[in-house]
Design a protein around this ligand. Structure first.
Ligand code: CMX
Length: 139
């Protein structure tokens, strides 16, 4: 298993707009992309911190995973995303090691990446995302 870097940290917020004064005004980060991921029922906002991104996640629907998370735990760190060179191979590898896949196969995520989530019950309590560039792993 090869992880090249932490691609992003996902942070659940009630409102992206209400969070910007902290992330931009206090931390001095610049939001460079706001994107809705319709199938995940989230609006995302991205900030670059070195090679790693911060992804703010706002629910767009009451039945969104983010709405459920905030209702239960409040705002805060929601997941960690590791970049891998070959997502399909990484999924097959972790599944063989006993990790439960939420996404059985790579699917399209924000920022033009292919992504897949691993269940937190099998990843030491941390919701984990693996991601790779869409053309990664191809010859
Ligand atoms: N981190 C760690 N544990 C989490 C968690 C999180 N983000 N979200 C839920 N859990 C835990 C809960 O605390 C709960 O534990 P207990 O049984 O001990 O109470 C358990 O997982 C089940 O949680 P739940 O509230 O019943 O929620 P669900 O089972 O409905 O869903 C999860 C949990 C992780 C499977 C679901 O949120 C999921 O499939 N997530 C992947 C997709 C996603 O998060 N999309 C939003 C972001 C999209 C993007 O970044 O583009």
């Amino acid at each position: 298993m090869e992880i090249t870097h932490i691609e992003h940290l996902g942070i659940a917020v009630k409102s992206i707009e209400a969070s910007l004064p902290y992330y931009e005004g206090v931390l001095g980060l610049k939001c460079y992309n706001i994107e809705v991921v319709a199938d995940q029922k989230v609006k995302t906002a991205f900030f670059m911190v070195g090679k790693t991104k911060i992804e703010l996640l706002e629910a767009t629907s009451e039945d969104s995973a983010i709405a459920k998370f905030i209702e239960k735990k409040g705002e805060g760190v929601h997941h960690i995303a590791f970049a891998v060179p070959d997502l399909a191979a990484a999924l097959s590898y972790v599944e063989d090691k006993g990790v439960q896949l939420i996404d059985k196969a790579p699917r399209a995520g924000a920022e033009g990446l292919n992504i897949a989530f691993l269940h937190p019950k099998t990843t030491c309590g941390v919701l984990t995302e693996l991601c790779a560039a869409k053309d990664a792993g191809k010859a």
